[in-house]
Design a protein around this ligand. Sequence first.
Ligand SMILES: [Mg+2]
Length: 117
Amino acid sequence: MAILISFDIDGTLEVGDPPGPLTMDMVRIVQEKGFLIGSCSDRPPTSQRSLWEEYNISVDFAVAKHLLAGVKSEFEADAYYHIGDREDLDRQMALRVGFDFLWPDEAAEKSWFDPDA
Ligand SMILES: [Mg+2]
């Protein structure tokens, strides 16, 4: 089953400002499992991409918040998740475009991020 995860950056990833609970290693684990991954943040897409490059993670997408719907049309997956820390900018936005939503702490508990699961 193909799963796509869109990560918010600030307040979500450990490298965000403020830092969030999801580590770059967790992102690598799901990518190695074959998940489609990328970021959807208020940061410009070019700066999102340079952040990922800095950590040697080759993402499938890096888009502005209002373009998450386009990710759904571009990639074929069985489930689409957005993980973020804001009610309006993340949860409402994600649900509006047909993504499932997880808060960062909630997402961190998923077996997705367990390398042995
Ligand atoms: Mg955020």
